[in-house]
Write a protein that binds this ligand. Sequence first.
Ligand code: SAJ
Length: 401
Amino acid sequence: MKACFMGLGYIGLPTAIIAAGHGIHVTGVDINASIVDKTNAGELHIVEPGLEAMLREVVSSGMLRASTVPDVCDAYFMVVPTPFKGNHEPDVSYVEAATRAVLPLLKAGDLYVIESTSPIGTTEQMAGIIFGERPELEGKIHIAYCPERVLPGNVIYELVHNDRVIGGLDEESTSHAVEFYSRFVKGTLHRTNARTAEMCKLTENSSRDVQIAFANELSLICDKAGIDVWELIRLANKHPRVNILQPGCGVGGHCIAVDPYFITADFPMESKIIGTAREINNYKSFWCAEKIKNAMLEFELNRHRKPVVAMMGLAFKPNIDDLRESPAKYIASKVMQGCNNANILVVEPNVREHNVFKLTDCREAYERADIVVFMVAHDPFKDLPPRPDKIILDFCGITKR
Ligand code: SAJ
């Protein structure tokens, strides 16, 4: 069995490595030649615990080879980004480009799978492109959609043990895709059709975004009502069937903050809660920036000098080094716009240096600051001693643990 993975990113590369580790000859394709070279040298270009050893093994055994162009294989997997354009319109151009790259190599009996998070109907759209160029393949190849659910930092375990949803354009395609994934997935493989599988991925992440928006909305109400939202949620969750998530400084990352737009773009009239949840989660970051600026003004009025402010955390979620699409980064920038940066200390324990923000050590910033703003619940912040002499703005509940 030979498989070609188009896209060697956070999902494509680990999946290619694990498939190669289970006896599948894998060609990993990426347009970025340095990623190809690093992969063939047995070096990871992403951070994922335990993965580099696995990469070295499959490269040295010849089971995985990286290239900038695809090989003739039996199965082809599109695992490339699906960003959205400025107006939140989904952009499937990378999926289309990867499809066109493998299209000339396809032969009867082959399997073609999209893993990239995609708007409903993308799998059918790509089938139309394939059969438009290669009409003789119609009904002869197997086409399916299979989204991933892995959490960065736990990818190896989750790729093997998470259940997966597999949606073919027809029953036989679903069966061929199930047969492939069963070679390395121990989780249950749930059969469905392509549209349902596409929507399932969007539904999973949109449901989380809506749940987080509920928690963030509670935090805005409680701030006005003089209620400790962390205590409120802790008590409400004592109910056996209530599970309210945690408020934050906004929703970041390129999944939860992005995928709901794949639904609202196509169903603007029907997706009211999903659309409003996105607005609430985006507004929360703006609200946090305003709270900080107000606290700074109040300090200056009372103490007749500008405060030193410690912005604690820049990553998009706790205990990771990923700052892409981070609400905390947005807030830090908004706060720094309004004042000279001398008195703003930025802390991010998971990153050594940053090309925009001058980073300060966590304890030093905590000691020097008049106002301490907890934006991301990184573990090192939990060890900081209480300092009632300082003004604490806690947007992530870290002081409430
Ligand atoms: N967040 C909160 N409050 C919470 C939970 C999260 O404010 O109670 C924030 C986080 O700080 C972060 C954002 O939401 O800014 C997203 O966090 P996340 O924990 O959802 O992490 P992701 O985006 O890395 O992973 C999600 C996961 N999807 C679900 O949990 C339904 C993961 O399984 C998916 O594979 C991933 O999106 C993806 O690739 O789609």
